[in-house]
Design a protein around this ligand. Sequence first.
Ligand code: ADP
Ligand code: MG
Length: 526
Amino acid sequence: MNNNQFSILGLKDTIVKAIDDLGFTKPSQIQEESIPVTLQGFDLIGQAQTGTGKTAAYGCPILSKITKSEGIKALILAPTRELAVQVNDELNKLSKYEKTVVLPVYGGESIDRQIKALKRNNVDIVVGTPGRVLDLTKRKILKLDSIECLVLDEADEMLNMGFIDDIETIINHTPDERQTLLFSATMPQPIAKLAKNYMKADVKHVAIKKSSLTVSKIEQNYFMINNKHRLEALCRLLDLDNPSSAIIFCRTKRGVDELVEELQSKGYVVEGMHGDMTQVHRLTTLKKFKEGSLNLLIATDVAARGIDVDGVTHVINYDLPQDVESYVHRIGRTGRANRTGTAYSLVTPKDFSMLKQIQKVTKSTITQKAIPTAEEIHNKKFNNMVSEIKSTIDEGDFSKFIPSAIELNENYDPISIIAALIKVKFENESVFEYSSNKLESPSKKEDVRLFFSVGKRDGLTPKVLINYIKDMTKINASAIGQIDLMENFSFVTVEEGVSSKILNKCPGGKINKKRVNVEIANKRKK
Ligand code: ADP
Ligand code: MG
């Protein structure tokens, strides 16, 4: 526990122990910067993207400082019921060696239960949505006059949801000398104003730049494959790169289990990690992976959330994730601590629009590469072997094998001996029977479905739309496929090759006075 890097931040031992149990070994940037300041009692404005560990950033110091006596000591406001539940769960885990009582309160659940819980008078921390907190406060069930610390979590989101007045009213029910912590991904004017009005003048700012979440040092590639070749494509990549530390992502727990089994049966040393495995099992696997005795880890998005390992060389998306944020989270497992990393995505024609979406949102380039041919893999392995032999000769540390060499040399010619040795070594290395030299790539031209913000109500007909697209882009009408006209908008399916042109050139113009916007359509639910 002492080598847990959380132990130097000034937190109570029991909290550090709970952190360690959660498998966090190293504070995230926002945690490292905000925990000491918060422990000292300063007000704090923390600006960081989602997924950077803000809950523990404020949760740990609050739990460290809280004293058990009558009255609610901390109030945490979060925009939605789901977030309130998540925060509540995390605080419960972090306080497992303490007697702190945390109570979540949110709308949509029986207020009577929450009233009853509050009347027991043993609650130390309330986590709630502004509407329900205000309701309970007005009924004088929730008393805020003993609050020492107030947290506004995801303040910008609460603003978007129209909670700003409720929040002000709630703040006015708390003591002036409280400590106020405000977390927000962005700082729109009303939030800045709120901070100015309700936080102390010596408030500290911690802003974690977006770049710490993104992807600049990560080389991103994708490979176009037929779905039936997914496994072989993965094996070829593993054989070529021979990664020393790779996380391979699957979308589902079953996907993880299946891939683990398939790879193991082919002789790869891999282990899986997902939420159905016991905490002990997951921690043991993670430990092996961190120590380097396990090179390949197969995981779901959820299981990989807590993974913080330096030196991951490869992230491989065996399936693409369902949303952009997960992609960023996934590939952020590599390229840490200023190291470079490689992210590979296996992409079928069906995934193509998601890939585009990812590139657009992350403003990064994902370069297409071809799955290596059997020949390329053999050549690379062969070259590796030759350089291994050369460096062994240079090091000169093989005298004990000389007698055997002399014996072989008496019976065979040297070229045959060397070739035979290489053959033995080579055959030990190749684990996969490739189906062919070159893996065939998907033949079907990919179509992309685009959303247009104009519809029948704007007098749109297929002809009007086609002419508009042709005028703006000069593309051939044959690249335009199916058109679905709706009342207020429409969908147009086009060939992949022209989609970016349409996305670039078509928005901003007008059709029958209605301004045109174009986006990649959301994927239809499968
Ligand atoms: P945010 O509020 O910034 O969106 P969360 O607090 O929800 O982020 O944390 C995101 C995930 O990261 C959670 O699953 C959490 O348990 C995990 N996490 C938080 N801090 C660490 C850490 N220091 N090391 C590893 N995982 C962490
Ligand atoms: Mg959060």
